[in-house]
Ligand binder design. Structure first.
Ligand code: DOR
Ligand code: ZN
Length: 366
């Protein structure tokens, strides 16, 4: 047994479903699943019901999270096409502005260039007053985060350039996307991006086996796309899960919603890649700790660490997951790395499969 002591991981992209869908997940079950995977900070997405798009909604969500979370939680604010400026007063209290420019779960969607201009421009104007948090300014704004699939990626790159806004591109999954991001970074553009474990460890080859359990947005990509992500890891700033739980009953229904859980399985999957020599531990920690902290300007978590048995081999199982939905698209995969203990601000919050923290032990950030 070889125990490694790591800093608490950040999962910069989760959907914890409150308010609106507590049967899929809530701030307790989602953050409990996070701790079981060595994650001590999650950044939660705004496509809840109602969406997190006004000061009142952000405050309400912060109240729900503060009461239940067992790890720290940052909250994204989402752009809506009905009231494009509603989020502005709370911008410094959100970890960033999420703009949905492609198909997703929920009602958030921006689909005109005119609105996109307005969103980038107003975010840049507000930042002129308060600065960007990623530049180290207390109370500043986080980046604009976009789904940038297919033809929307060059549009978002151009707008970020035009208005000089930091742009973070979530769940990059295609060769065409990572190659464009690589080219933009080589030209010195201030952009960052993230890749999910499911786009690194699964492909269209797994779809016949997985069915709706392998359906998410963006969809699983071809083995060639997966190879391109691995070959261009140097241009990937963050590993984040897009933890998007839906129940198995919903997945078995007529119109299964897209999305898969993942917050609990990121660390063992990545440690398995370290074991296989596909990644170094430093590559992992940069993308799961240092880079998300820098990009979102996250506060320090003093006296916080994770103890993981890096040689313990386990088989990922549906019924081992602490997420409310009780399944994982990685079921059956043999992985290295079992989280034994998580200490948050000096308190043991998770040990040997059990959450020890009381609901509310996690803090809401900003
Ligand atoms: O697969 C997905 N599910 N992709 C998204 O963009 C949203 C997510 C969800 O909220 O279920
Ligand atoms: Zn998402």
């Amino acid at each position: 047994m070889s125990i490694l002591r790591l800093p608490g991981l950040v999962d910069a992209h989760v959907h914890l479903r409150e308010p609106g869908y507590p049967h899929k997940e809530d701030f307790y079950s989602g953050t409990a699943a996070a701790l079981s995977g060595g994650v001590t900070t999650v950044l939660d997405m705004p496509n809840t019901d109602p969406p997190t798009a006004t000061p009142a909604r952000l405050q309400e969500k912060a109240r729900l999270a503060a009461a239940k979370a067992v790890c720290d939680v940052g909250l994204f604010v989402g752009a809506t096409n009905t009231d494009a400026d509603a989020y502005l007063p709370v911008a410094p209290h959100a970890c960033g502005l999420k703009i949905y420019v492609s198909d997703t779960f929920g009602s958030l969607r921006i689909d005109t260039l005119d609105l996109l201009h307005q969103l980038f421009r107003t975010w840049a104007e507000r930042a002129d007053a308060v600065g960007y948090r990623s530049a180290g300014a207390a109370g500043g704004l986080g980046p604009i985060a976009v789904h940038a699939e297919e033809l929307m990626l060059p549009v978002c790159l151009a707008l970020a350039d035009l208005y000089a806004t930091p742009l973070h591109i979530v769940h990059v999954s295609r060769r065409s996307e990572i190659e464009l991001i690589r080219a933009a970074k080589e030209k010195g553009r201030a952009i960052t991006c993230e890749v999910t474990p499911h786009h690194l460890f699964l492909s269209t080859d797994d779809l016949p086996r997985l069915g709706a359990r392998g359906d998410m947005r963006p969809r699983l990509a071809t083995p060639d796309d997966v190879a391109a992500l691995w070959a261009n890891l140097a241009y990937v700033d963050i590993f984040a899960t897009d933890h998007a739980p839906h129940t198995l009953a919903e997945k078995a229904g007529e119109n299964p919603p897209p999305g898969v859980p993942g917050v609990a399985t990121m660390l063992p999957l990545l440690l398995t890649a370290v074991h296989a020599g596909r990644l170094t531990l430093d590559d992992l920690l940069r993308r799961c700790v240092a880079n998300p902290r820098r990009i979102y300007g996250l506060p320090d978590q003093p006296d916080t660490h994770v103890e993981v048995d890096v040689d313990a081999m386990t088989t990922l199982r549906d019924d081992a997951a602490l997420t409310r939905v009780g399944w994982t698209p990685f079921a059956g995969m043999a992985v290295y790395g079992q989280v034994r203990k998580v200490v948050l601000r000096g308190e043991t919050v998770f040990q040997d499969g059990q959450v020890l923290a009381a609901p509310g032990a996690g803090q809401v950030l900003f």
